[in-house]
Design a protein around this ligand. Structure first.
Ligand SMILES: Nc1ncnc2c1ncn2[C@@H]1O[C@H](COP(=O)(O)OP(=O)(O)OP(=O)(O)O)[C@@H](O)[C@H]1O
Length: 279
């Protein structure tokens, strides 16, 4: 077991709200006092969290702890009950009127903000009637207004990055689950988002296909200076890829720190017993 460095140790012992990423600069994403309630169930119980430029953050925790809900609020799929999420310093779920008043965001504001966020889900949601290439060029053309040539060029670059350069004309039904997920990753990357959210992207895959998808994500993480939030049940993956690991349980952040701190020196009993399941 490796000794924690002075840096990881200090991160581990700071109170939660004072913990900062090892990376610096203005955060790309900030959750400020965010809560989420479904009916009587308070799923997110006041989260303060910042994601920094270039940072790769892994969210781990037991099933039902609220990881996906946290991601979905950033992906504009669930509105926080209270609190604020900022992207690049701008509120996601609120917008300023011409008189400077902060009001609930309308669809136009959300659509603009959504362009900053790349999303990859457990289910690939590809268009079955479109080829791989058309699946990836669609949004750059319709949302960003790129020409067919520009969109094609970007799409081929991204499909090459995920190892699918020989599948451009193929239809999704003729691809494996791992290949479909790689198309979904290329489709998100092609929009050149500020932050990528990967929400349990290997959970629906046959076990033998998990590795190829994780490998592609790892390569992207190493290659790119994009911020990433990775919601995952794959502990080895989190350990390999993340600059910082967040352990959440029952709607709160219980512990956070470097992968070494979280996986080798877990402090809380909750995290210790969670990790035992993976040994
Ligand atoms: N739309 C919804 N309506 C009602 N309850 C919901 C809704 N979405 C999530 N929940 C509940 O919120 C809690 C947290 O769910 P969430 O999917 O965020 O957890 P998770 O940590 O991602 O779990 P898993 O690892 O199993 O995916 C669960 O109890 C879930 O049933």
């Amino acid at each position: 077991m490796s000794e924690p460095t002075a840096e990881t140790k200090s991160v581990m012992t700071l109170p939660r709200e004072e913990v900062v990423s090892p990376l610096t600069g203005e955060p790309i994403v900030q959750y400020q006092g965010v809560t989420k309630t479904f009916g009587d169930l308070e799923v997110i119980k006041g989260i303060d969290l910042a994601l920094y430029p270039g940072e790769k953050m892994a969210l781990i925790g037991p099933s039902g702890s609220g990881k996906t809900t946290l991601g979905r609020m950033l992906m504009t799929l669930e509105e926080p009950t209270t609190g604020t999420i900022l992207i690049d310093g701008e509120p996601l779920w609120q917008m300023k009127t011409s008189s400077g008043k902060l009001v609930r965001a309308n669809e136009k504001h959300l659509r603009r903000m959504r362009q900053k966020i790349g999303m990859v889900f457990q289910h690939f949601n590809l268009f079955p009637h479109l080829s791989v290439l058309r699946n990836v060029t669609l949004a750059p053309m319709s949302v960003l207004g790129l020409s067919k040539e520009e969109a094609y060029q970007r799409a081929v670059e991204m499909l090459t990055k995920v190892g699918l350069q020989d599948k451009l004309g193929e239809y999704p039904s003729r691809l494996s689950g791992g290949q479909k997920q790689r198309v979904a990753i290329a489709r998100a990357l092609v929009m050149q988002p500020k932050v990528m959210v990967f929400d349990e992207v290997t959970s629906a895959l046959d076990p033998e296909l998990v590795g190829e998808v994780l490998e592609v994500i790892k390569e992207i993480a190493i290659d790119s200076d994009m911020a990433m939030m990775l919601i995952t049940h794959e502990m080895d993956f989190a350990r390999d890829i993340a600059d910082r690991v967040i352990f959440g349980a029952e709607g709160r952040i219980v512990e956070q720190g470097s992968p070494e701190a979280i996986f080798e020196q877990p402090e809380s009993e909750r995290l210790q017993s969670f990790l035992k399941r993976f040994r």
